[in-house]
Design a protein around this ligand. Structure first.
Ligand code: DX5
Ligand code: ZN
Length: 225
């Protein structure tokens, strides 16, 4: 599957956000990863739907909205209306498989893509039988809540297992990995089967974010050659 880069604006300079988004758009990044935190599902706060609405006016990028929130059903509609192209919620924020499927339907009703995410300690097997309801599965490679953490190597096996499950259940599903990805380790999740790679600090913390996107992409492509 085509490798896609998803810079996370959590690490961008929020007082120059328009400039930073333009930079990664010009660098050819396919997805703009927008982290939404509620101070409840995760111990941190970030952005709300208004930011998505405002960014939608300035950017044509594909908006990859990662909801790290409890009760995602309350906010899916507003994020969709404000311009999300993909909304990913957490398996851990839904109560049971029926609730998971209902949330996927709620997202699809807006004509956009739906993603399901699992935290580092949640096993891939909880998603058995659910993958066909989604266009993307997001595997967290850090505990959600903060940028700038180190990649947890234990998730590599989970990525491989999910890639195998996906082959059987939904071969077109995209596999996204999020947290602690750098130019030095991006080959690891990519070789395990991920095709959408999120990178916050390693893009916006770099002196030249455009060059950082290019290097990350080159190293990821090298891993699947
Ligand atoms: C963490 C977020 C990530 C974060 C990644 O809760 O979901 O998207 O921004 O940042 P880095 O790449 O710095 O680990
Ligand atoms: Zn994220």
């Amino acid at each position: 599957m085509e490798i896609k880069m998803a810079p996370s604006i959590l690490a961008a300079d929020i007082v120059n956000l328009g400039r930073d988004v333009q930079m990664v758009e010009e660098a050819g990044a396919e997805y703009l990863h927008i982290d939404i935190m509620d101070g409840h599902f995760v111990p941190n706060l970030s952005f709300g739907p208004h930011l998505v609405k405002r960014l939608r006016k300035t950017s044509k990028m594909f908006f990859d909205v990662h909801l790290m929130i409890s009760e995602p059903e309350k906010y899916i509609d507003i994020f969709a209306k404000n311009g999300a192209d993909l909304i990913t919620f957490h398996y851990e924020a839904a109560e049971n498989p029926e609730a998971v499927l209902k949330l996927a339907e709620q997202i699809h009703a807006h004509g956009i893509k739906a993603g399901i995410s699992i935290k580092p300690k949640t096993s891939a097997e909880v998603l058995k039988g659910l993958l066909s309801a989604f266009e993307l599965v997001l595997i967290m490679s850090v505990e959600p809540g903060f940028g700038g953490q180190s990649y947890i190597d234990d998730v590599n096996e989970k990525i491989s297992r999910l890639a195998l499950m996906a082959k059987e259940e939904n071969p077109n599903i995209e596999i996204e990995v999020d947290g602690g990805i750098t130019a030095d380790n991006i080959h690891v999740p990519t070789a395990a089967g991920a095709n959408v790679l999120v990178a916050g600090s390693s893009v916006f913390g770099a002196e030249d974010p455009k060059a950082a996107v290019a290097l990350l992409r080159a190293n990821a492509n090298e891993a699947v050659k």
